[in-house]
Design a protein around this ligand. Structure first.
Ligand code: ATP
Ligand code: MG
Length: 409
């Protein structure tokens, strides 16, 4: 068995080996290589203490980033050949807060290092010449498509509760099943996820939701999702399934999350803020949730009103969300309304739907005698509303005449 690795990784391994330290590629890159998938990044582990690794690299003129030094990790920056994290073989000390070991101890045997890793499929290392090191049956688990903890699942989830979500993420991404013991421990200990920082939950959840098998995972592990998202526990079963299927059919993160939380209405946006989604995502989802029950009338004036309210992109997003939702809910009439409004909006491309498009500016209204300040903005908005409704033409003379009437001259 041979793993083809990028030249940069091979060079780092060779450098460490020549200095007398055993060195392996490890973890996700070995897993993905055995699956025939291109690894995201190549992590290296070695018997070399971090300071020795840094010295060896620097002696070769290789730039070293030492941000993770305390945990035994340094990063070699090989420029065009990429960056490689190099971690000293280590075992984790006792875990303090269901998340981080209180200390790490360096060891000399790669097998001890592999024993601290989360799942058997992630606990393999490879070294040219020696071949695959797979003490926990990771390769066999890959063949049958199984996620199993290294060691006792309950204890491993106690140590680090993020592993609960990682297990589901790998299941969703690879279409694997959890081993019965791992699944049982995961259900039993899902509450531990409350100890995990919102950012970490959000990141794992994001990767889970784009996995090809996410639907099966979210339906089978609804109780686990309900720990970070307790609001979803109140959905009736049919609504939960619709929300999941709709969310997974969406391609934009804001749309996906809005659909998952759609039964909550506008309150769903607060859930996203709590999970520390970025502001843009929260705002976009809030907009979708605000308008989720809108009738979506497809007349030309309605299309212009929607464009004025949400802009071209915002309306496209709402119609994406609502048509995906309608399809998941089996609501053919609603789906057809989405398509009709989409076409009506396309036909209004170039119509006046924002202050920018209006044929008069604030200065024109000041010249008419409208007092400076808020009144100018209000008058512009009122003119725009009439143009959008179709009761006034977007033509300078017509707009000024209309405004003149308001101020009574
Ligand atoms: P990805 O494809 O997302 O990079 P990965 O398995 O490489 O998947 P990383 O977070 O990059 O995930 O972690 C690299 C390796 O470190 C894992 O393969 C695993 O061996 C180990 N590891 C990561 N997180 C944990 C954890 N929470 N507990 C135990 N081992 C972990
Ligand atoms: Mg990785």
């Amino acid at each position: 068995m041979q793993i083809l690795m990028p030249p940069g990784a091979a060079a780092v391994l060779a450098l460490l080996e020549r200095a007398g330290y055993a060195a392996y590629v490890v973890g996700g890159c070995v897993r993905d290589s055995l699956l025939g998938l291109p690894p995201q990044d190549w992590d290296i582990c070695s018997a070399a203490p971090p300071e020795a690794t840094a010295a060896l690299l620097q002696a070769r003129g290789i730039r070293v980033l030492a941000a993770g030094l305390r945990h035994g990790t340094i990063t070699a920056d090989l420029g065009a050949q990429g960056r490689y994290e190099i971690t000293t073989f280590r075992v984790d000390g006792p875990y303090a807060d269901h998340r981080r070991p209180s200390r790490v101890d360096f060891v000399t045997d790669v097998r001890e290092d592999l024993a601290r890793r989360d799942f058997t499929i992630n606990a393999m290392a490879y070294r040219p010449g020696e071949g695959l090191v797979d003490p926990f049956g990771g390769a066999a688990a890959l063949r049958v498509g199984e996620i199993a903890c290294v060691g006792e699942p309950a204890a491993r989830f106690q140590e680090d509760a993020l592993r609960i979500l990682r297990a589901l993420r790998f299941a969703a991404v690879y279409g694997f099943a959890l081993s019965p013991e791992t699944a049982a421990a995961l259900h039993a200990q899902a509450q531990l996820l409350r100890a995990v920082a919102a950012e970490r939950v959000r990141e794992e959840l994001g990767k889970l939701l784009v996995g090809p098998s996410a639907a099966a995972v979210l339906l089978a592990y609804r109780d686990v999702l309900a720990v970070p998202l307790p609001e979803t526990a109140a959905y009736p079963a049919a609504d939960y399934e619709t929300a999941v299927r709709a969310a997974l059919a969406a391609s934009e993160p804001a749309v996906r999350m809005a659909l998952l939380l759609r039964p909550l209405g506008p309150a769903g946006a607060e859930v996203l803020a709590r999970l520390r989604f970025d502001r843009r995502t929260v705002e976009r989802a809030a907009e979708l949730l605000q308008w989720r029950d809108a009738p979506l009338e497809a007349s030309p004036a309605s299309a212009r009103r929607w464009l004025a309210r949400l802009g071209t992109e915002g309306l496209a997003r709402l119609l994406d969300a609502e048509s995906v939702q309608a399809r998941a809910a089996g609501d053919a009439a609603r789906w057809a309304r989405c398509q009709a409004l989409r076409q009506a909006a396309a036909a209004q491309a170039g119509a006046c739907t924002s202050l920018r498009d209006l044929a008069v500016r604030g200065g024109d209204l000041l010249a008419l005698g409208i007092p400076p300040g808020r009144a100018v903005g209000e008058a512009l908005s009122a003119l725009l509303a009439e143009v959008v409704d179709g009761s006034l033409e977007n033509e300078r003379g017509a707009l000024l005449a209309r405004a003149a009437k308001w101020i009574g001259n």
